[in-house]
Design a binder for this molecule. Structure first.
Ligand code: DGP
Length: 119
């Protein structure tokens, strides 16, 4: 069984079928610039295996979430935002405003953010 969902836009980005601006990649995750940036730095980090949302994180795939957080620390260093700070956001479901149903972590940085800075 493929780890990809043929109908998922982020799976297509990971496979290279849809172009993206890559920021970071390893065996388990892929990071690229958001198409509609809400801050000077706006990066999305996604697991390479299709997980629809936080609701589908479980014992079988939870390790990738920890892995993504360590990748985010590396990306923050690479982007020069580790000292100035950044916000990590994951939207889960309709009321949170999730529009792409492939688990993703927004990294927002580059300006002071109030409570309103939500992608
Ligand atoms: P969310 O609302 O949390 O599901 O955020 C989805 C994000 O994905 C949104 O900020 C825009 C971004 N996005 C959607 N389609 C594409 C795309 O084709 N390329 C890139 N780079 N980003 C996309």
């Amino acid at each position: 069984m493929s780890a990809f969902d043929d109908n998922c836009i982020f799976c297509k980005i990971i496979k290279g079928d849809i172009p993206s601006t890559k920021v970071y990649e390893d065996d388990l995750c892929y990071a690229f610039r958001d198409i509609n940036p809400q801050a000077p730095t706006h990066i999305l980090v996604v697991p390479k295996t299709h997980i629809s949302s936080c609701n589908d994180v479980n014992e079988s795939n939870e390790a990738v979430v920890g892995h993504i957080y360590s990748a985010i620390a590396r990306i923050a260093e690479q982007e020069g935002i580790s000292k100035t700070g950044y916000r990590i956001i994951t939207n889960c479901g309709k009321d949170a405003g999730q529009t792409v149903f492939h688990l993703h972590f927004h990294i927002l940085a580059g300006k002071p953010m109030g409570e309103g800075m939500l992608p």
